[in-house]
Design a protein around this ligand. Structure first.
Ligand SMILES: [Zn+2]
Length: 277
């Protein structure tokens, strides 16, 4: 019989347990005869016992302790990362071990003096250069300055510097982003746009995706009459490996609303970006 030694009125407990077992046996045999006539039948006593244990466990025990995720849930703007990866994030020790593996893969000795602290430094640096995964670009834009609601002409923020990493080689690409929009319900602080760029840049990226993400988030929060985003960047993975061409600039653009529908608006945007006085 199954009763905890410290449970006080043990005999009544056992009696109740036996009643419960009888009931469980009855319902079990009922179910078995009614629905399952095959040979998969377990020994009835075991079946009944396990039913009872589950019933007992359900009442006094607290719900199974949830393993707290190591990091906060990712914001919606980082949802390219599946939850399984976000919550199953490796420990810092595992990350450092992975760096040691890559050092050996590169052909070096992780134990030589100059490299001994490198895995820890790399793991720490990742917190910053990939810090965008933990930031919510939507939330950055939520504070709109309504007091300038009357202003509806173009707002242009140009030459926003950024540093990102290409998702194909994990090698840096960097450059400038230019953002213009026609406000309808107010404007955001100009530094917010720079932080939006930063949020997306500090993730593994392609330049095309990053350009679209910047346009998407501004469009969804500010609902502007039009938005133009241009990103120009040099990719070190092109300069250092592969075709090995330095100084090559890649330009990507996204035009929405008024900027998409009217070529004159695109010209205006490009002229404002290029005319550096
Ligand atoms: Zn690359």
């Amino acid at each position: 019989m199954y009763a905890k030694p410290d449970s006080h009125p043990m005999t009544t407990r056992i009696a109740r347990a036996e009643d419960a077992m009888d009931a469980a046996l009855k319902s079990l045999s009922y179910r078995l005869t009614e629905t399952e006539e095959s040979g998969m039948e377990p020994t009835r006593q075991n079946g009944a016992l396990s039913t009872m244990r589950n019933d007992n466990a359900r009442v006094p025990e607290a719900p199974a302790p949830e393993i707290a995720p190591e990091i906060a849930p990712l914001p919606a703007s980082a949802q390219r990362v599946p939850d399984a990866i976000a919550t199953g994030r490796p420990s810092r020790e595992e990350a450092e071990a992975a760096v040691r593996t890559l050092l050996r893969w590169a052909g070096d000795d992780p134990n030589r003096e100059g490299l001994r602290d490198t895995p820890a430094r790399v793991a720490k640096a990742y917190g910053q250069i990939f810090g965008g995964y933990g930031q919510d670009a939507d939330a950055l834009l939520e504070r709109v300055f309504e007091e300038v609601e009357g202003y509806s002409d173009i707002v242009l923020v140009r030459d926003i510097p950024f540093y990102s990493h290409c998702e194909h080689h994990m090698v840096p690409f960097m450059g400038l982003a230019h953002i213009a929009y026609y406000p309808t319900k107010g404007v955001v602080g100009l530094s917010k746009l720079a932080r939006v760029v930063d949020t997306f840049a500090r993730r593994l990226q392609t330049q095309e995706t990053m350009t679209a993400q910047i346009a998407d988030v501004i469009e969804s929060i500010l609902r502007p009459r039009g938005i133009a985003v241009m990103v120009e960047a040099e990719h070190l993975c092109m300069a250092m490996r592969g075709v090995q061409k330095a100084g090559v600039s890649t330009i990507t653009t996204q035009f929405r609303g008024a900027f998409r529908n009217d070529a004159n608006e695109q010209v205006r945007f490009l002229t404002l970006v290029r005319n550096k006085s």
